[in-house]
Design a protein around this ligand. Structure first.
Ligand code: XMP
Length: 396
């Protein structure tokens, strides 16, 4: 199988789109292309480019039941509104029981998602007789997966050549969670946004006049809310997670809209601020191990906790020097009633490889705390004040 990537220097969205259209016409003209839409910005840009290039394609959104809700709106409704052509494949009935049975091992949960996605994708590719698959792989995915600069790889590569490259650069890998390793029964993949950073992808969406909430949509992991539920996923904690996630993401969004008129800014450090804002839930989280990142390798340890008056600068400085623990959590609230702990996390980042903690004002944090405590199931509220490294972005 071949992978075709559009390799280019990004100057502006208009000339990028012209180049990407030419690339797609060169490799995909006259062929039928499968296009998975996740709701995120990378796959949205890929789909819009296919449409612009006039390539016949099957856009598919897989609804497994663990997508986030934003401002009360389910992801499948949101995507249907922006892209009415999308085919929503509902696997909730078969997938949710599997994830409920998966236990608390995060890798196990991740594997189930990978298997479910690839089964659906393979079926559609077969039924529709698609010759190609388009994906929204972007620059950091390539550079992190191969350990080389994108300008050092060829536009078209066979999977064997890629395997050699992966082997040669093994030592430089940061993570192994990318979809580049899944092979489908197609002649080739086409990756029109492979040279772009997230920010450049946003510029392309702006060029296509996408609504602002789509242009600035925050990154969301493939294993969806399973990466934000600490321990086994249950019907009860999933419902709570959706609710608290929406509270946190919407409150952070409101704050940026109010102060900067945009849901996201580029800060003085060049980071997208906030890059991701979310809540994680679990029972008795202080007794549960959490992932960390030390010298490029994942660690797994207990979180440390800090109480008292909130001094975010001091807390972040302390968290940056953490040793022996994977996180520093600031206790925002605790009470006798309720079952679940909620961890509030908002981070700024260029490309998810490193991240700093968003310095949300005390008033915003207070508002979030009040909304969370209005939910009877919530017992404690923590703020994760750990940068990446020594933490990872996700809690699980
Ligand atoms: P971490 O937690 O590794 O996250 O610092 C870095 C970025 O990757 C996302 N993430 C994932 N994305 N599958 C994905 O597709 C995963 O298993 C996964 N885990 C984390 C995370 O949201 C962040 O943007």
């Amino acid at each position: 199988m071949l992978n075709h990537r559009f390799i280019t220097e990004f100057e502006d969205a208009a000339s990028f789109v012209d180049g990407a259209v030419e690339f797609l016409q060169r490799f995909a003209e006259g062929k039928k292309v499968f296009c998975a839409l996740s709701g995120g910005i990378d796959s949205s840009a890929t789909y819009l480019l296919l449409k612009k290039a006039g390539i016949e394609n099957i856009p598919v959104f897989i609804d497994h039941g663990l997508m986030r809700i934003i401002r009360g709106k389910e992801e499948r409704d949101q995507i249907k509104k922006i892209f009415p052509d999308v085919r929503v494949i509902d696997i909730r009935e078969t997938f949710l029981p599997k994830i409920y049975d998966a236990g608390d091992d995060a890798e196990n949960k991740r594997k189930l998602f990978k298997a479910a996605y690839s089964e659906v994708i393979s079926n559609v590719i077969k039924e529709e007789e698609c010759q190609l698959l388009a994906d929204g792989t972007i620059l950091p995915d390539i550079e992190e997966s191969f350990g080389v600069k994108i300008t050092d790889i060829n536009e078209s590569m066979t999977t064997e050549e890629e395997a050699e490259l992966l082997e040669a650069n093994k030592a430089k890998f940061v993570k192994s969670q990318h979809n580049v390793s899944i092979e489908y029964d197609v002649e080739a993949t086409v990756q029109p946004v492979a040279s772009l950073t997230k920010n450049q992808v946003r510029a392309v969406l702006e060029y296509f006049k996408m609504p602002v909430e789509q242009v600035y949509r925050k990154a969301f992991p493939g294993p969806a809310l399973a990466t934000r539920i600490i321990g086994a996923v249950t019907e009860e904690n999933l419902e709570l997670e959706k609710k608290v996630h929406d509270i946190v993401e919407s409150a952070v969004d409101d704050y940026y809209m109010k102060t900067t008129k945009k849901p996201m800014i580029i800060n003085a450090a060049g980071e997208q601020e906030p890059f991701q804002a979310f809540a994680a839930v679990g029972e008795d989280v202080l007794s549960k191990k959490v992932t960390g990142l030390v010298n490029g390798a994942r660690t797994y340890g207990l979180p440390a906790v800090e109480k008292g008056k909130l001094d975010l600068d001091k807390l972040i400085a302390k968290a940056s020097k953490l040793t022996g623990k994977s996180r520093l959590l600031y206790e925002m609230a605790t009470r006798e009633t309720g079952t679940y702990d909620v961890i509030v996390r908002s981070i700024n980042s260029k490309d998810a490889r490193t991240a700093s903690v968003t310095k949300l004002p005390a008033t915003v944090l207070d508002g979030i705390k009040k909304s969370l405590l209005a939910i009877p199931e919530v017992k404690r509220v923590y703020l994760d004040v750990t940068p990446k490294p020594p933490a990872t972005i996700e809690y699980v």
